[in-house]
Design a binder for this molecule. Structure first.
Ligand code: B12
Length: 214
């Protein structure tokens, strides 16, 4: 099978939520020595992106998206360790989490993978992360960057609250804050006093490097 055929099939498996096939194809892609980042960018991510488009057009429903998310997760499980096999942590330490009330995580998983590929040490706090946990972990782990993921207009305010808590706890000047997710914009980042907005996974790596002066 040619490289482009493996990547096309992987995209289709993710899009169609065939988790076992997606994982198998991710393994096959590695075996064929396709660069891990290329597998993510040209196989796995386009599958999720197309699912998002089908959702917008009311062609895909929740069940389709959940299946797609699982296929995405299993394929990424195979690729992620390879992405982070580089020079982990040389670019800086990023603590990342989806804010309270929000369970979306696909975009965050992607950002994690690309940040790791970009040499960052990424610690993922998961989803529905409370302000208390963000604060506790910032104190404990002393990250260079705090990444806040938010995917719904209803949870956007929570990012502002986390930044306010950082200020109140005297932590705001010790790190940079980068936000991202479906409803986020540069304007909103400016409004709530975040240092950067990551439009997509690659933009996030670029912005993170800029914040670190790398
Ligand atoms: C997949 C999905 C789900 C899946 C989530 C699976 C999972 N494990 O994440 C399921 C089906 C579970 C789900 C549930 C819900 N969802 Co939903 N979901 C989506 C959907 C279709 C795609 C989101 C996605 O994963 N996109 C693909 C990723 C790759 O893109 P992304 O998230 O934008 O991420 C990129 C960038 O934003 C950036 N980025 C992402 N995170 C971060 C973080 C940082 C720090 C940085 C720097 C950058 C960054 O980089 C990423 C990669 O390029 C969107 C619709 C859409 N078109 O966006 C709705 C959407 C987000 N959901 C929505 C809603 C309403 C819900 C539910 C409330 C539905 C319900 N009634 O149950 C629940 C919420 C549950 C909860 N409390 O969180 C709404 C939100 C509307 C709003 N108020 O703003 C949307 C917009 C759909 C819609 N138009 O109505 N959802």
């Amino acid at each position: 099978m040619s490289i482009s055929s493996i990547l096309d099939k992987l995209k289709k498996a993710v899009l169609e939520g065939d988790d076992e096939l997606a994982q198998e194809l991710a393994k096959k892609a590695l075996k064929e020595k396709i660069e891990p980042i290329k597998i993510v960018n040209e196989g796995i991510v386009p599958g999720v992106q197309e699912a998002g488009e089908l959702w917008k057009q009311n062609i895909y429903f929740h069940t389709d998206i959940i299946l797609c998310a699982e296929a995405f997760r299993l394929a990424m499980e195979v690729i992620e360790p390879k992405l982070s096999a580089g020079e982990i942590g040389t670019s800086g330490k990023v603590l990342i989490g989806t804010v309270a009330g929000d369970m979306h995580n696909l975009g965050k998983i992607m950002v994690n993978a690309t940040l790791r590929g970009g040499g960052f040490n990424v610690i993922d706090l998961g989803e529905d992360v409370s302000q208390d946990i963000f604060i506790q972990k910032v104190k404990e782990l002393n990250p260079n960057i705090l990444g806040l993921g938010c995917y719904m207009s209803t949870t956007m305010l929570e990012m502002k609250e986390v930044i306010n808590r950082l200020k109140n706890e005297g932590l705001r000047n010790k790190l940079k804050v980068m936000i991202g997710g479906v409803p986020c914009t540069q304007e909103y980042a400016d409004e709530i006093g975040a240092d950067a907005w990551g439009k997509d996974a690659f933009d996030s790596v670029e912005k993170a490097k800029k914040l670190m002066g790398v």
